[in-house]
Design a protein around this ligand. Structure first.
Ligand code: 4AD
Ligand code: MG
Length: 431
């Protein structure tokens, strides 16, 4: 019976078949040890010359790193073996034995070399742990919304209207239509959908031609966005802190062994429980000025400033009420001070920066039209978006969570490029 390494504990004493690749192998005279990996774990296979045919033993000795193979044998408990289990092979069937040395072998490959070989690098243990954590984050997101009765609405990638801001758009020619853009966000479409379905979310790739080469920026990244009709600023904050604490808890519970394998300090993550602290933009500026930062009221924060603000807290922190000129066109002004908007950025602890951008949206037709003009956006492309303000408009709010930033923070990664299977960065679209 074909089983996976992670399930071997259920088969102690039985004959099983394993299908995988050679992680490591060594042999001495009459005995060979092959560490087999199959994507779910690694197990040691013991091949004794006395218990297999001479041909099988010969094949086993020819195995090298990343040879693919099928092994049949008996599952035995062995406290000294990694994972507490060993396989005593009766059959070893090589599928393919590489002609060349596997390119990823040394502990000191440069990052460029590793990225160049990403298609092979993802087989390494660290990357397998990270990709499992990513999987847990994505599952947590879907489960959270599913439990709360949200409807998933998949928003388009080709878009005619600028969703967030001009300046970092990918433009393409779209048949006779002319120029379209790859989606920077699905928000505008979720705003339409929440008026149809109440509570909606999406989860998918977004694109930004960011010229900044930092450890927090990707060109193609995944975003989870949510939008809720009749939600105002405070409801929006509550939903965000519930989501983020849910994700962290889910990952600790369901991918804890992967976090541990990466050496992540889980006690730090365990502190991430709602409610999260909140400070206003204006308070944050005063704090930074006191710390000696050269920042004036009106400018958005850079990465260093975000880190400085977040350093004061053990949990993620909401920075709210940014100046309207520093943010996107669609944000609802604060009724108490129209120079600021009802928005928030959620900053992760430990220097991981902004993981969420959020706001209440302008629901008044005239004000939205005024803002589109003020931001020099082509009003004709927003006819449909303005329609939403003509037919039963209501206050509504939403946000976008950067999936890779969230993964990088939870997994404790130094750079966002490891948080996505095949990163697209400023100078890389290969492999
Ligand atoms: O703050 P942003 O630009 O917000 C929006 O796009 C809104 N339309 C979302 C909404 O309200 N529906 O982006 C949201 C998040 C950021 O907080 C950040 O985590 C992530 O997306 N993000 C990036 N992640 C990786 N690489 C980049 N270049 C990113 N740009 C934004
Ligand atoms: Mg933002």
């Amino acid at each position: 019976m074909w089983v996976y390494v992670k399930d071997l504990k259920k088969h102690i004493g039985k004959e099983v078949e394993l299908r995988g690749w050679v992680w490591r192998s060594r042999s001495s005279g009459k005995i060979a040890f092959v560490n087999l990996r199959d994507g779910t774990g690694i197990v040691q296979v013991v091949v004794e010359a006395s218990s297999v045919s001479p041909e099988v033993f010969k094949n086993t000795k020819m195995l090298r790193l990343e040879s693919s193979l099928i092994v049949r044998g008996k599952v035995k408990e062995e406290p000294r073996a990694p994972g507490g289990i060993e396989i005593f092979a009766s059959e070893v069937e090589p599928i393919q034995i590489p002609k060349d040395d596997f390119p990823i072998q040394k502990p000191d490959h440069s990052i460029d070399y590793l990225m160049e070989h990403r298609h092979l690098w993802i087989r390494s243990r660290r990357q397998v742990h990270i990709l499992n954590i990513r999987d847990a984050v994505l599952k947590a997101i879907r489960k959270f919304y599913w439990e709360r009765g949200f409807v998933q609405v998949d928003t388009p990638i080709f878009t005619g209207a600028i969703g967030e801001a001009a300046g970092n758009l990918f433009e393409l020619d779209y048949f006779d239509y002319g120029k379209v853009y790859l989606a920077q966000t699905g928000q505008l479409y979720l705003e339409a959908a929440c008026m149809a379905l109440g509570k909606v979310y999406n989860l998918g790739p977004t694109f930004r031609a960011e010229k900044s080469k930092t450890r927090r920026h990707l060109i193609e990244f995944w975003m989870n966005e949510a939008e809720v009709a009749y939600y105002e600023h405070d409801d929006n904050l509550k939903l965000q802190e519930d989501l983020v604490s849910y994700i962290v808890k889910y990952v600790i519970e369901n991918a804890g062994e992967h976090l541990k394998a990466l050496g992540r300090d889980i006690t730090k993550l365990e502190k991430v429980e709602a409610p999260f602290p909140r400070i206003t933009y204006t308070e944050a500026v005063k704090f930074l000025q006191k710390k000696g930062y050269d920042i004036e009221w009106g400018k958005d924060f850079g990465g260093d400033e975000e880190t400085e603000i977040a350093k004061q807290f053990e949990k993620p922190v909401f920075v709210t009420h940014y100046p309207r000129k520093a943010k996107a066109f669609y944000m609802q002004p604060d009724p108490d001070n129209p120079e600021v908007v009802l928005c928030d950025d959620l900053l992760a602890p430990e220097g991981y920066g902004e993981i969420i951008g959020a706001s209440q949206r302008i629901h008044d037709y005239d004000l939205l039209l005024e803002r589109l003009k003020e931001f020099n956006l082509p009003v004709e492309a927003y006819d449909w978006y303005l329609d939403l303000r003509k037919f039963g408009t209501v206050p509504h709010s939403g946000f976008g969570l950067g999936v890779e930033r969230t993964i990088a923070w939870i997994a404790g990664l130094e750079h966002i490029r490891e948080a996505i299977p095949f990163a697209r960065t400023l100078y890389r679209v290969y492999p």
